[in-house]
Design a protein around this ligand. Structure first.
Ligand SMILES: Nc1ncnc2c1ncn2[C@@H]1O[C@H](COP(=O)(O)OP(=O)(O)OP(=O)(O)O)[C@@H](O)[C@H]1O
Length: 117
């Protein structure tokens, strides 16, 4: 049934989130950072638009880290041997995470620093 298939896809997506959270050190770090940011925002008091920015950044960071993990898995499957293209694929995916993490850090600083100092 179509409804069943729809529910199944949620189940598989949930399994993917749990697998990434359990096995990936970076994912654990991002989850911990997300909790710290949410607690800091609640304690500091931020506006609705600042909450929107923080939620966007946190969701984007976690989603991007999971895409990076998925790319690592596929590269390992397709190219268990060392290969320059495998290296490039992993390095570019890691670079994408770094770009978003840098932008996220700047957004966080722009929101929190004026309130703290
Ligand atoms: N098959 C491969 N061929 C060539 N270089 C590779 C290959 N696999 C990994 N590398 C290189 O080693 C780096 C580290 O790869 P690895 O798979 O250990 O990912 P990682 O960044 O350590 O991620 P994680 O810690 O989440 O496993 C890659 O960024 C890439 O430069």
């Amino acid at each position: 049934m179509a409804g069943n298939k729809f529910l199944q896809s949620f189940k598989f997506a949930g399994q993917g989130i749990v697998a990434a959270a359990k096995r990936e050190r970076n994912m654990k770090f991002h989850l911990a950072a997300a909790v710290v940011v949410i607690v800091a925002a609640a304690l500091t008091g931020v506006s609705s638009s600042e909450w929107l920015a923080l939620i966007g950044v946190i969701g984007g960071m976690l989603a991007l880290e999971m895409i990076n993990t998925a790319i690592e898995r596929v590269v390992d499957l397709a190219s268990p041997e060392l290969h320059p293209l495998a290296k490039e694929a992993k390095d570019i995916a890691a670079g994408a995470v770094l770009v978003f993490a840098a932008a996220s850090a700047i957004i966080g600083l722009l929101i929190f620093l004026p309130k703290w100092f």
